[in-house]
Design a protein around this ligand. Structure first.
Ligand code: TXA
Ligand code: MG
Length: 335
């Protein structure tokens, strides 16, 4: 299959591909998504094939206006209304009881559906010209999510119909996922909308265990995506927890030509081996926006081992921590 590269003036062409049951990678404010008509089960099944994604991992349905939610869910509780009011359009996904119209391919047989209204203008235009879109991140299953059209092309060329090039994504990590199908609501995946913001809006929100910890063997994931190895670069990533001094001492003693450091901007003058800066130590938003492209860059440059600071877990730091700890397969060294 030939994969068309489209620019943002060709969204009508992309919408036609969607209406015909095809697959289009679209920019969003978080990461690129691989979209199909959410009401077309056959088209949605092709998403799983193109990504090599396990069929038991459900997809997020993207809408361009709130009214579309009534075709997707059975109930729209008060807390969901408050969150939609406050954070949509934006990087928040809500899990709600699903309507009978949702094909099983979207929800992987669950009784719930994940819904999000992205803020990216091009994603919204594509949705309004076609239909609500089922879309996971547009990477091959297991590799870091794509934050540019180039990343998508590298993973998906020849496997999908088209890619809309909307430039680099702002947020850079996938949306926050909260389930409102349980009471109290639970945070299943941290992202650009923080746990602190959610609690301020609706009160109690439980932090699901799987956000910080590996699943214990035999344990059932509240969100099926959490049980898979994720975001992993080919290089071995190891996180280091300790003072700035001990971090610099540790990495500078590992100059072997095959090792690199994902560092904070402040580290740069002191590093004696190759590095990829993630932003300032206190700037979690910038770190989130650069993380996935930094992991891909480490692979492109052929490094075999990458060391990084173990992130903090407040604010958007929690999203950075959650992605990095998985990319590292939970390998953390206390210095
Ligand atoms: O920012 C994002 O959310 C991006 C962009 C494209 O919108 N999408 C994205 O999709 O990250 P994906 O498929 O890579 O991640 C969706 C996550 C998975 O962990 C999946 O298991 C979970 O949401 N999920 C989807 N539907 C669910 C449901 N009904 N119940 C529990 N978890 C669900
Ligand atoms: Mg994904």
């Amino acid at each position: 299959m030939k994969t068309l590269m489209l620019n943002v003036n060709e969204i009508e062409k992309a919408a036609e591909i969607i209406r015909q049951g095809g697959l289009v990678a679209m920019p969003t404010e978080t990461v690129y998504g691989l979209a199909a008509d959410a009401y077309n089960g056959r088209a949605v099944a092709n998403i799983f094939r193109a990504k090599g994604r396990p069929m038991d991992n459900p997809l997020i349905v993207h809408i361009s206006e709130l009214s579309q939610i009534y075709g997707l869910v059975r109930e729209f509780p008060e807390k969901a209304r408050i969150l939609a009011d406050k954070f949509w359009p934006g990087p928040l996904t809500m899990i709600l009881p699903k309507s009978a119209r949702i094909p099983d391919e979207v929800s992987a047989g669950l009784d719930t559906v994940a819904v999000r209204c992205p803020s990216d203008v091009n994603a919204r235009k594509l949705i309004s010209l076609s239909s609500p879109l089922a879309a996971p991140s547009a990477n091959l299953s297991g590799s870091p999510s794509p934050t540019s059209a180039r990343h998508v092309f590298n993973d998906m060329n020849g496997r999908i119909d088209a890619i809309i090039d909307g430039g680099e994504c702002d947020v850079g990590v996938e949306s926050t996922v909260i389930t409102l199908a349980t009471d109290p609501p639970r945070l299943l995946r941290p992202g650009g909308i923080t746990l602190e913001q959610l609690r301020e809006a609706i009160g109690e929100v439980v932090l699901d265990d799987a956000v910080l910890n590996p699943l214990k063997s035999g344990e059932k994931a509240a969100s099926p995506g959490m049980k898979y190895k994720h975001y992993a670069p080919k290089a071995e990533l190891v996180l280091l927890r300790g003072s700035e001094e001990s971090f610099l001492g540790f990495v500078n003693s590992r100059k072997d030509g095959r090792t690199a450091v994902l560092c904070y901007d402040e580290d740069m003058p002191y590093l004696e081996l190759p590095f990829i800066p993630l932003g300032r130590a206190a700037d979690y938003e910038v770190q989130a926006s650069r993380l996935f492209s930094a992991l891909r860059e480490a692979d492109d440059k052929g490094f075999e081992r990458v060391y990084a600071h173990c992130p903090h877990t407040d604010g958007v730091g929690l999203a950075v921590y959650n992605r990095m700890i998985r990319a590292a397969g939970f390998k953390v060294i206390d210095l």
